[in-house]
Design a protein around this ligand. Structure first.
Ligand code: FAD
Length: 411
């Protein structure tokens, strides 16, 4: 297993629980390190999320925002063949028909994963601050609220539960609410947790079931090792395995390149800021839909997060984007923009052009399984991905159709 993010840790956990002999390789000193895509993410479990990143209109809006580095979605203009290919494939995927086809795929993954999260949380004593009792998605602008209500209607057809809330009902849940709202939606089947605590608990659980974890060990290349085995060449020696799972998030394309597979996965930078949690902030995440700012309570901290920036591997913290999150939190919830900060974080989401993950075997390198490209859903979909990987590695038929997640669907 290469990669100790939520996807790799969940896959290691599922494989080890299955009785497989597992070696987990993570390049940083710890599982779910600060440089990963998940360390301080928004912590949401979102089975309600069925609109893929590639949805009609999203690119147009992205391009309009392109030159505004404080906007929620930003593409840093730069000459990059990989980015151009990604944008080309994204444009092709951002049609009504393709978004409609992707929605049930995301829904099936989400529902299966939410059930597994519950089971894992029960057996893990919920020590990763797990709560599965909904999130509120609120809008300041009436037209944004209308659009969200339409999206919720489409999601309901797939079985997503979504209740409309009036501004007064939101205020009853969030007594600190200060700004004016047009309305909100309540998704009762969503939830939240601490992503780093969860991921490390999954890795610990894998180790407790017999897996061996090598931290500070970077995979450099994969080579055939005779008799169908695979050699993983690392900075700390070679590891030979019957099967290798690549779950290296946004770094995965660097490893598949040597196998003749150019994966269109871009690192999409997102930010979070942890501040002190106001005493009256309930145990319920609030997503400010038009500001694209999530407020997630995590113990005595409140995490403000999100935004999406396609700047390649430039992981510079743009203060204007951090300020954008804080301004939204001040405007709507009265959380002072200049109040004390506990932590500012940014990390790379592994984004595919069609918004669906990549789960499946590498063509002509059948002993290599890919589990990556989870976009904004790697925490939510970690457990179901782990289950699918364990089924593939164990030679069992996968419990969900893997065709839409095929590594070769981009040509
Ligand atoms: C701001 C923000 C908010 C988000 N909010 C949510 C949310 O609320 N809910 C949700 O479900 N998702 C959320 N996401 C998305 C989620 O965090 C990603 O989808 C997730 O991180 C993907 O998991 P992963 O395990 O594939 O990759 P990562 O988390 O990036 O983990 C990959 C790991 O592989 C390691 N690695 C890389 N290359 C190598 C190598 N060569 N050798 C060894 N190890 C290697 C890395 O060090 C890293 O630890 C958010 C992301 C961001 C940025």
């Amino acid at each position: 297993m290469v990669g100790g993010g939520p996807v790799g840790a969940c896959a290691a956990q599922a494989l080890a629980a299955d009785g497989a002999s597992v070696t987990l390789i993570e390049k940083e000193a710890e599982v779910c390190p600060p440089t990963s895509g998940a360390h301080a993410n928004c912590g949401l479990l979102v089975p309600s999320y069925v609109t893929p990143l590639a949805a009609p209109g999203a690119l147009g809006q992205g391009l309009r925002w392109m030159l505004d580095s404080s906007s929620p979605f930003y593409i840093a203009p730069r000459p990059s063949g990989a980015l151009l290919r990604w944008l080309w494939l994204y444009r092709a995927a951002a049609t009504t028909a393709r978004a409609r086809a992707a929605a049930p795929v995301l829904h099936a993954l989400n529902v299966a994963s939410a059930g597994l999260h519950d089971t894992l949380a029960r057996s893990g004593g919920e020590r990763w601050l797990y709560h599965h009792d909904g999130i509120v998605q609120a809008y300041e602008a009436p037209d944004a609220m209308d659009e969200a209500a339409e999206e919720a209607e489409a999601a309901r057809e797939l079985g997503v539960r979504a209740d409309m809330l009036s501004p007064a009902e939101v205020r009853a849940r969030f007594p600190g609410l200060r700004g004016e709202l047009a309305g909100a939606l309540f998704f009762p089947d969503d939830g939240h947790m601490d992503p780093a605590l969860f991921t490390r608990a999954m890795a610990d659980s894998a180790v407790a079931s017999g897996a061996v974890a090598h931290r500070g060990t970077e995979a450099i290349a994969l080579e055939p090792a005779g008799a169908g085995a695979v050699k993983v060449v690392t900075t700390r020696g070679d590891f030979v395995a019957d099967q290798v799972v690549l779950a290296a998030g946004a770094w995965t394309p660097a490893l598949t390149k040597g196998m003749g597979l150019t994966l269109p996965i871009e690192p999409a930078k997102g930010y979070s800021v942890d501040v002190d949690r106001p005493a009256d902030f309930p145990e319920l995440p609030l997503y400010l839909g038009d500001a694209h700012c999530v407020l997630t309570p995590l113990g005595d901290a409140l995490r403000l997060g999100s935004t999406l920036e396609l700047s390649g591997w430039d992981m510079t913290i743009r203060r204007r984007r951090v300020a954008g999150l804080r301004r939204a939190a001040e405007r709507v919830m009265g959380i002072p923009e200049d109040g004390p900060v506990r932590q500012i974080w940014r990390g790379p989401r592994p984004v595919t052009p069609d918004g669906l993950p990549v789960v499946g075997r590498v063509p002509r390198r059948e002993r290599v399984i890919l589990a990556t490209g989870h976009c904004m859903l790697g925490l939510s979909l970690g457990p179901v991905t782990g289950k699918l990987v364990a089924e593939l590695a164990g030679g069992r038929p996968p419990s969900l159709d893997l065709k839409p997640l095929s590594p070769i669907r981009f040509g």
